[in-house]
Design a protein around this ligand. Sequence first.
Ligand code: SF4
Ligand code: SF4
Length: 247
Amino acid sequence: MLSTLKNRLEQGCKTSKYPKEKIELSPRYRGVPKIHKDVPAELVAKCADACPQNAIDAERKLIDMGRCVFCGTCERISKGRFVSFTRNFELAVSEKDHLMTDGTLPDLARHSRQHFKKLFGRSLQLRQVSAAGCNACEADLNVLATPFFDLARFGINFVASPRHADGIVVTGPISRNMKQALFDTLEAVPAPKVVIAVGSCTLSGGPFSGSPEITEGLDALMDVDLFIPGCPPHPMTNLHALLTFFK
Ligand code: SF4
Ligand code: SF4
């Protein structure tokens, strides 16, 4: 018993002070992409051709963050001259059109809906629906419950039953077999309810885009309130999105 207490004292409090204190992610982390428009068209075309996700609009010199899997190929090929990735993890947007970017994103706080903040600002219960995801998006949502992030201190929890939830958080490319389960889960959530799409699979089909077995974007099936890009989105991206949109 004494050794347990001693250990607890030695460990101290491991919970992050975010958002009161800033968090710096690893230099290897790829966050908001920055597009440098002043480059030869051939280099842009080369990057667009090499992109495995068809996420680069070479003509307008923009990246579709809904399709991008943040593999870094475009940055490597252009040696950072066309695309360079920042360590800014604040990637979430409230309109799908905002995912098409040159690195400038609208202020999510300004686009959040005041009635959501009023309804869910003090307590937000979410049901997670893994619609055929690879489990990485799910794992990085799950980690929000650990002592470092401690999502519950903000009044946000993941719950087992959609009947106890205020909304759903969807991950994965929404396979044909998961579609009805997703609709049933959403229907079981009492109104008013929110829908949050997490990860490139849910936003656009991601690496599975083009397959007849999946849905190319959750917004094709239902209204989506919050889009969180990434493959998978970093837990800080998810945390920033939830706090900024609902608090
Ligand atoms: S980082 Fe994104 S835009 Fe660049 S090549 Fe990879 S998927 Fe395409
Ligand atoms: S977006 Fe990437 S990490 Fe998330 S489920 Fe799809 S493949 Fe997995």
